[in-house]
Write a protein that binds this ligand. Sequence first.
Ligand SMILES: [Zn+2]
Ligand SMILES: [Zn+2]
Length: 235
Amino acid sequence: MSMGSYLSDLHTHTDFSHGKGSPEDIVRAGIRCGLKRIAITEHAGGHVFSGVRGEKLTRLRKETERLASVYARDIEVLFGLECNLTGFGECDAPKDRSMFDVLLLAYHKGVVPRDGFLLKRSMEAAGLHKSEPELTAKALLAAAEKYKIDIFAHPGEYVKCDIGTLARGAKELGTMIEINSRHVTLSPDDIRLIAKIGAVMRPDSDAHSPERVGELGPAIAAAAAAGVELPGDGL
Ligand SMILES: [Zn+2]
Ligand SMILES: [Zn+2]
């Protein structure tokens, strides 16, 4: 494929959390829309309502491995997780990083705060505390470094994040910044700033149902509207 095109979707949910469709439905949807690579990235355990943990996470891993083998000729299936910021420089990524092909990190509501920083962010999300965008960016970066995060998912959703700080750190760490098709959280100025700093952006669907798998259009359109050409995934 040509430069700037994408045949991968590295952010999807299933009925293991609050999504619709089994992991197999999600993988088959990916094949139907022509993807060459798909990641199942359920909410990590720190998410009170949607977190996948313990025996259920083991079951999901085994099912993802089974799908990777069954559909190997059609699509590459990756096992991932969407981790939650739980404190400054802390997230709920499992200790054994080697089990995962891809780790996403984001701030989400519905996570028990582990420190004063995250408590303030919970209050910010509820409109009860001022935003501290630079601190939020630094908290995400510190956690990404410690837990070897691959992608910052939907930065700026729920709580404000200083995109310049995030992009400079992301470039240094080699962590990608997501343009989320479900909720485009980055403004045209944000996208231009990230491009100027030189951090890598990528579009992902954040699909919560098979119908939405591979829906990268809104994210790609957001980059185009900002006048930025995305690098493509090389597939
Ligand atoms: Zn999310
Ligand atoms: Zn998600």
